[in-house]
Design a protein. Structure first.
Length: 271
């Protein structure tokens, strides 16, 4: 039995959008306008959906947009929930579990991230091969709901190899360079210190960000396939002799939007 609150949210969404898509897309900072490319869009403000949390972060509109992208039916989150906003982990988990209850099989996570790997440049795209959870948090802490997934879920292949392969092919089809690497999740909202970035690099991280890993954990817990793509919007702290700003993150994500949209569409056509 799926939990009542999840079931109620899913029923509401189903009543508004009809058949559920197989893919849900989470749009990261500065990437939310990708939802403008969705055809036949039906938008549902989070506040209208029973039990859904409401987002506060800049660059995050706060609605679900259902429709078709590159001919593929999708359900997009325009605005995601971050731990740094003060949302409890349960709120970050809720949309993912609602997607699962709707029959969504694939969670496609996008984000803006800082480049830790010094061979990266702002504007690069990176597919996530794995992540490192440096937050000290886990969205599965608390009683386990056995109807959703196991108490101790396996995380050996968090990012589905078949989807990673599709992303590689899509990038090559679009003529877009696609890096691959490990994403380190810090809670934020302060950007990391140079020492933290050196630590993350030593531990094997290629990029850092304040999202994605918790959603990926929740998705794997309930058996969904996961793909993650970062837009590297800046070099992480201490690499360049300049401060990092939220404006810079938005600006680069916005500038790379056309290529990002093309890549996302091509990936959707392949999965
Ligand atoms: N650190 C954390 N999150 C981010 C960064 C960063 O440098 N850039 C974009 N999101």
């Amino acid at each position: 039995m799926v939990r009542d609150d999840i079931q109620e949210a899913a029923s509401f969404i189903r009543s508004r959008i009809g058949a559920s898509p197989a893919v849900a897309l989470v749009l990261g900072s500065g990437l939310g306008s990708l939802a403008d490319d969705i055809e036949g869009a039906v938008a549902l403000p989070y506040g209208d959906i029973p039990h859904f949390p409401v987002s506060t972060a800049p660059g995050h509109a706060g609605r679900l947009v259902a429709g078709s992208l590159a001919g593929v039916p999708v359900l997009a989150m325009q605005g995601r929930f971050h731990f740094y906003e003060g949302h409890p982990m349960a709120s970050i988990a809720f949309p993912v579990r609602t997607f699962k209850a709707l029959g969504v099989r694939t969670l496609f996570l996008t984000n803006a991230a800082g480049g830790v790997n010094e061979s990266f440049s702002p504007g690069d795209f990176m597919a996530l091969r794995d992540h490192i959870n440096l937050s000290g948090q886990n969205p599965l802490i608390g009683p386990n709901d056995d109807s959703l997934g196991p108490r101790f879920p396996d995380m050996s292949t968090t990012y589905t190899p078949r989807l990673l392969e599709a992303a590689r092919k899509a990038a090559s089809d679009c003529g877009v360079a696609l890096r691959e690497g490990v994403y380190a999740w810090f809670t934020g909202p302060s950007f990391e210190t140079p020492a933290e970035i050196r630590m993350a690099r030593t531990l094997g991280a290629d990029a850092v960000g304040m999202s994605t890993a918790p959603e990926a954990i929740v998705a794997r817990h309930c058996g969904m396939d996961v793909l993650g793509i970062s837009c590297i919007t800046n070099m992480a702290a201490g690499i360049l002799d300049q401060p990092i700003t939220g404006e810079e993150v938005m600006e680069i994500a916005d500038k790379r939007r056309p290529e990002f949209v093309a890549l996302v569409k091509r990936i959707l056509g392949l999965i």
